[in-house]
Design a protein around this ligand. Structure first.
Ligand SMILES: [Zn+2]
Length: 129
């Protein structure tokens, strides 16, 4: 799905506005290398960030990361350790659910990416076998 399609589904008037901005850039032979923030009719904002491949997660404590994954949040109390990070702990309900396909592996991979994220190198992506 293209960016325009996504933006259109969020706010059809936005495509028009971003199109106008792009036209101005073309005329001025200006390449968009900065982030643009557009307000949405439904409330909130969308940020267009050309050339940025990764975002760091700021101010999220790793101990609470699983709370941001609804399918994991429901299982947190079922882990053996109350402070389980769902990485290598024994009797982890989250890892058990991933093994049983109750939590999709790609979601767990995203969780791992966030847990192992190195703030000093936001482009590095570790892989887990
Ligand atoms: Zn766990």
């Amino acid at each position: 799905m293209g960016k325009t399609t996504l933006v259109n589904s969020l706010d059809p008037t936005l495509t028009l506005r971003t199109g106008e901005i792009s036209k101005v850039h073309e005329q001025g032979k200006h390449t968009t290398t900065f982030a643009e923030m557009h307000s949405l009719a439904s409330g909130g904002y969308i940020i267009d960030t050309p050339g940025i491949r990764a975002f760091g997660v700021i101010d999220l404590e790793k101990e609470h990361m699983a709370h941001y994954f609804p399918e994991m949040r429901n299982l947190i109390g079922a882990c053996r350790f109350h402070n389980c990070l769902h990485l290598n702990e024994p009797n982890c309900a989250v890892k058990a659910a991933v093994e049983k396909d109750e939590i999709s592996f790609s979601r767990y991979q995203s969780y791992l990416d966030l847990m192992y994220e190195d703030p000093s190198d936001p482009h590095r992506r570790k892989t887990f076998a």
